[in-house]
Design a protein around this ligand. Structure first.
Ligand code: ADP
Ligand code: ADP
Length: 207
């Protein structure tokens, strides 16, 4: 089953002043359950492409279908709702909320979805177990290593049971050991939970 189907997607920034053709005529076809790395040097348009696949950035041209829904024609409100239920995002800079603990950073997504408190607690704990952080549930981001913070971010991205995780250079700020560990966790989640992963990286081989 096709989960991401993008046709002829282009993005031009500043079309009226000094145009930057960040992405030009790209086709993306990803089947459910695939584990896909988007590889290219810095500035090659990886973030822009991922943002368009996730409905964070609107293509200048082309269409994006996620699980059969054409997200490029959804209204802003429908798009926000669609993202919340279907797509998990992981960013290079972790983007956790600094004043919240690991469990709060993960649980907050479920609170937005009005999940009852007991179900929420169970789910948060199980997600943090999945990423090997059951002993860090009460730690704030400042008390966690980069690798641990990124694992919280992955748990948070999974909270709403998305079909797809889009990860923009998730290992860029990690040492090679933490990076390998994060990739192992992502691969395990892909295999065991059948989550489709599309992630970018600027290195050809994981060192
Ligand atoms: P990558 O993720 O591969 O490093 P990006 O998608 O971030 O590449 O950037 C692709 C190109 O688009 C670069 O030339 C970058 O400078 C440009 N670009 C990205 N975002 C913007 C923006 N908001 N406004 C103008 N140019 C941008
Ligand atoms: P609130 O009363 O605002 O829900 P809590 O501290 O009880 O505040 O919970 C914050 C978030 O952390 C919630 O999403 C909750 O599900 C989760 N959470 C709270 N306690 C635990 C726990 N012991 N194990 C796992 N998750 C928890």
């Amino acid at each position: 089953k096709t989960i991401i189907d993008a046709h002829n997607v282009s993005k031009t920034f500043n079309p009226k002043t000094i145009p930057v053709h960040a992405v030009q005529n790209v086709h993306v076809h990803i089947e459910e359950g695939e584990f896909v790395a988007l590889v290219g040097p810095s500035g090659s348009g990886k973030s822009t492409l991922l943002n368009m696949m996730g409905g964070l950035d609107e293509p200048t041209e082309g269409t994006v279908f996620i699980d059969g829904i054409q997200i490029t024609t959804l209204s802003e409100n429908k798009l926000i709702d669609f993202r919340l239920h279907n797509i998990g995002f992981v960013f290079q800079a972790f983007n956790l909320i600094p004043v919240l603990t690991a469990k709060e950073n993960v649980g907050f997504v479920l609170q937005l979805q009005h999940m009852p408190k007991n179900d929420r607690k169970k789910r948060v704990l199980s997600l943090l177990e999945d990423v090997g952080l059951e002993d860090k549930i009460n730690s704030k981001p400042s008390e966690l290593s980069g690798g641990q913070q990124q694992r919280v971010a992955v748990a948070r991205a999974l909270a709403s049971k998305p079909k797809i995780i889009l990860a923009d250079e998730p290992t860029a700020n990690l040492d090679s050991k933490s990076a390998a560990n994060l990739l192992d966790i992502m691969a395990k989640l892909n295999k065991e939970e059948k989550i489709t992963f599309l992630f970018s990286t600027h290195d050809q081989e994981s060192d």
